[in-house]
Write a new protein. Sequence first.
Length: 251
Amino acid sequence: MKIGVFDSGIGGLTVVKSLLEHQLFEEIVYFGDTARVPYGIKDKNTIVRYAIEAVGFFKNFELDLIIVACNTVSAYALNEMKETSSCPIIGVVEAGVLATNNALKDKDSNILILGTKATINSKAYENALGSLGFKNLQAKATGLFVPLVEEEIYSGEILEATFKYYFNQTTKPDAIILGCTHFPLISNSLKKYFHKNTILIHSGDAIVEYLENNFDFDTKYQQAKLKFFASENPDALKNIASKWLNKSLYV
Ligand code: DGL
């Protein structure tokens, strides 16, 4: 299978990392809209317009599937993307909700949903989890984590200050949904701040779980062919990709 992975910028590489670790695909075409990131502070119309343009970009390749790695786009534009795409499209929100449901046996579990302002305002996670019977949901827009991760700040004083700023009223969660592509990189610090046993729902792993439950994969591809495209400075994207994809990031 040859797939496309779309994100507003570099964050979707965390999803690519999970896909590569599970060796599911022969070829991955990544497109990051680095010229227009962040999407998480934009309104629905803009997000939908950019997302439809991304579908247009992927039409240059003969893809079997497009994975929307961006939570913000998945929350707002998945249906509109599907209407204009000739290949199937799946998004990380649905996968994240199913992964949360599989990970938590108790519907009274306390779930903390983190995401961009747009993702949290969409209530996409809250509504879907609510309809599955989860009642104790806290949702918090934590957009400052995005530039921190882009600065490669994954721990330390500045990050801890933002934790205090965002989480001073937060009840200790049983599970945290990392509802933004960048957040897996601060998993360790989040666990340290809350509790080492906190369950973290990672978009990349959730997508892998979703794919393995919905498609048959009989071949493993040890060396997937990777193609990276960006709307601005593709070399910067390639540099980050070689850093992020070649080391263990979440330990
Ligand atoms: N990729 C976005 C997401 O997962 C985060 C960055 C942005 O705001 O564009 O929601």
